[in-house]
Design a protein. Structure first.
Length: 147
């Protein structure tokens, strides 16, 4: 499997990161796992001759009733793993919102499934986690000191 730009970034940045070697390796592995899952769920397949990509989330979403629930359950792994990686609440709160929008789109037969393919909640969530860990997330609000 070819590595993505985020995988290459984290391999390079964690190689020189001052944190404990085991922690950096675990974080890098977790991020690669999240990237692979997002690719599998949102971008794994391409329609030949087009740039139209879709993943297992779209395929299982076609199953009436249970498909969108199964897709949301798989997407929830990204949220749980992000929490384990120490992503702060202000970022974590946005992740389930993306999953909920994805599930809501998918609940509408046919048209909703097409919108679900365009939304790519898993790709969005992994991007938010990576941007936070890179340090590009907006800074937290300043803490107020009680006086």
């Amino acid at each position: 499997m070819t590595s993505t730009s985020s995988e290459r970034y984290f391999e390079a940045s964690f190689a020189t990161d001052p944190v404990a070697d085991g922690d950096a390796r675990d974080t890098g592995r977790s991020l690669r796992r999240l990237e692979r899952l997002a690719t599998l769920l949102d971008d794994r397949y391409v329609i030949p001759g087009t740039n139209f990509r879709f993943g297992l989330d779209a395929v299982i979403g076609l199953l009436p009733g249970v498909g969108d629930l199964a897709g949301a359950a798989l997407s929830s792994y990204i949220v749980l793993e992000s929490r384990r990686l120490g992503v702060p609440k202000r970022v974590l709160l946005g992740l389930p919102k993306n999953v909920a929008v994805d599930a809501a789109f998918g609940a509408v037969p046919i048209i909703g499934d097409l919108a679900d393919i365009q939304w790519k909640a898993n790709r969005r969530n992994v991007h938010l986690v990576i941007e936070h860990l890179r340090g590009k997330a907006p800074p937290p609000p300043p803490e107020t000191v009680a006086g």
